[in-house]
Design a protein around this ligand. Sequence first.
Ligand SMILES: *[C@@H]1O[C@H](CO)[C@@H](O)[C@H](O)[C@H]1NC(C)=O
Ligand SMILES: *[C@@H]1O[C@H](CO)[C@@H](O)[C@H](O)[C@H]1NC(C)=O
Ligand SMILES: *[C@@H]1O[C@H](CO)[C@@H](O)[C@H](O)[C@H]1NC(C)=O
Ligand SMILES: *[C@@H]1O[C@H](CO)[C@@H](O)[C@H](O)[C@H]1NC(C)=O
Ligand SMILES: *[C@@H]1O[C@H](CO)[C@@H](O)[C@H](O)[C@H]1NC(C)=O
Ligand SMILES: *[C@@H]1O[C@H](CO)[C@@H](O)[C@H](O)[C@H]1NC(C)=O
Ligand SMILES: *[C@@H]1O[C@H](CO)[C@@H](O)[C@H](O)[C@H]1NC(C)=O
Length: 409
Amino acid sequence: MTRTSWISTLLRDRTLQLPGLRRMSPCLQIIVAVIMPLVLCVYVPLTRAQPGFVSIDCGSSTTYNDTNGITWVPDTGYTFTGRNYAPNPKTTNPLDSLRYFPENRDKNCYVLPATPNNFYMVRVSFLYPDFLNSSFCLEMEAQLAANITFQANSLTIPQVYEAYLSATSDTIYVCLARSTTTDVPFISSLELRPLDTNNMYQILAQGNYLYNDYHANFGSATPLIRYPYDPYDRTWQNNIPGVNPNSTQLAINTTSSVVVDFNHWNKVPEIVMQTADSWPKGESVTITTSFLPDYNKNYYIAFDFAEISPQAESQSRIFSLALNGKTVWNSINVALDRGMYMADEYYFDDIMLNSTGSFELSADPTSQLGPILNALELFVLTDPAPNRTFPTDGKPSPPLCTLQIVRRD
Ligand SMILES: *[C@@H]1O[C@H](CO)[C@@H](O)[C@H](O)[C@H]1NC(C)=O
Ligand SMILES: *[C@@H]1O[C@H](CO)[C@@H](O)[C@H](O)[C@H]1NC(C)=O
Ligand SMILES: *[C@@H]1O[C@H](CO)[C@@H](O)[C@H](O)[C@H]1NC(C)=O
Ligand SMILES: *[C@@H]1O[C@H](CO)[C@@H](O)[C@H](O)[C@H]1NC(C)=O
Ligand SMILES: *[C@@H]1O[C@H](CO)[C@@H](O)[C@H](O)[C@H]1NC(C)=O
Ligand SMILES: *[C@@H]1O[C@H](CO)[C@@H](O)[C@H](O)[C@H]1NC(C)=O
Ligand SMILES: *[C@@H]1O[C@H](CO)[C@@H](O)[C@H](O)[C@H]1NC(C)=O
C-alpha cells in the first residue's frame, strides 16, 4: 500500500459525493448528512468565515467559493515560478487546474503566511491524469519530504499529503523539487488550516510533525465529514479498515448534543462524537494495523469516547484498552468518568506500530455492555524537527529529497 492510499480513497469518495450535495442548500446538506429534524439546522454552526484558511487552487485564474463554502484563490502571490495548466475538464475545482514547473530549477516553493509557534495543518493535492510521467519530491518546511510519482494516463485519483506542524517563523514553505532533468514537478492545490494551538495536538509544541493522518468516524452513515462540520477541516471517514470482520458491532447515533469540553482536547467535532460503534456484552474488538501506510514508525494515537446509548443510563459499560497486546488503560467507564453525552479522550504519543500491531477494546467481566468507540485518530509522529536554518537568501535549508541538481538558475 502506498502512503497516500487512504487519503486517495477519501478524495475519491469526496468526488463521488459532491455532485449530489451541490444542488442542496447547506441546511439540506446537514439533514442528508445526519438525518436530523429541520430544527437542528439552527444549532449547527454554519460559519462561512474560515478564519485563517488559505486555499490555493494552483493554476487557476479565478477566486470562487466551493460547495463547502471554502473560498479558493489563484496562486498569484504565493509562488513566483512555474506555469499554469488546466489539463483536466473531467475533474472539478480545485483539481482541474495545476501549476507545473518546467524550468531548470532544483526547487520551487510556495510561501504561506503563518504566526510563529501556532499550529497548522497543510494539505497538498496532486492530480495530473493525462500528461507526462512525472516523479519529484515534496518538502514541507525542509523537515518533511515525500517522493511523488505519477505515470502518464494512469491516474485519476489525486495524491494527497497532509502535515500537522508548529510554525517556526511567519512563513511556512511548501516546496517541489525535481530529481532528474526530465522531471516536471506540479501541484494541483494547497491548503493551510490553523489549528487551536492552546488545545489541540500539544505534541506539536515540541517541534514534532504529525503526518499520514487518518481520522475514523465510527458508527456514521456519512462517508466523509469535513468543514464546515469540522471547523479545522480535518477529513473524518466512516470506512474503517482493520476492524475484525467477525466482530458484531452495532452502529449507534444520537441527536442529543455531546459536550466536547476538555483541556488538551483535540476538538473532535460534535457530529463525529454523536455516532459510535458499540459491541455486545462480553465481546472484545480488535483493530489491526495492517492497513497503515507506514510501518515501524512512531504513531500518535487518540481514542475518543462518549456514552451516547440510552441503555448505559441503567447498565454499566466498563472496558480496557490495549495497544500491541499490552493493556494501557483499565476500567474505562465513560458514563461514570465523564457523564452521559460527554466526550472523553485517551491519547498515546510514542507507540511503534508495524503491520502486525493491534488495538483492542475488551469488556470487563462485570460489565453489562460491551465497549464503545466514537472516533480514532492516527498520525505518524516525526522526531522533533531541528530549527529551520536560513541560508543567506532566506530560502529554506537543504533539500531532504535526493536531488540530482541539473543547473542552478
Ligand atoms: C464567497 O463567500 C463569501 C462569504 O459568504 C462572500 O463574501 C464572497 O463574495 C464569495 N465569493 C465569491 C467569489 O463568490
Ligand atoms: C511512463 O512510464 C511507464 C512505466 O514506467 C512507461 O511504460 C511509459 O513508456 C512511460 N511513458 C512516457 C511518456 O515516458
Ligand atoms: C525519495 O527517493 C530517493 C531516491 O529513491 C530516496 O533516496 C529518498 O530517500 C526518498 N525520500 C523519501 C522522503 O522517501
Ligand atoms: C443513525 O441511525 C439510524 C438508524 O440506524 C440510521 O438510519 C442513520 O443513518 C444514522 N445516522 C448517522 C449519521 O449515522
Ligand atoms: C473470522 O472467523 C473465521 C471463522 O471462524 C476465522 O477463520 C477467521 O480467522 C476470523 N477472522 C479474524 C480476523 O479473526
Ligand atoms: C511488531 O511489533 C511487535 C511489538 O510491538 C513485535 O512483537 C513484533 O515482532 C513486530 N512484528 C514485526 C513483523 O515486526
Ligand atoms: C530552537 O530554537 C529555540 C529558540 O530559539 C531554542 O530554545 C531551541 O533550543 C532550539 N532547538 C534546537 C533543537 O536547536
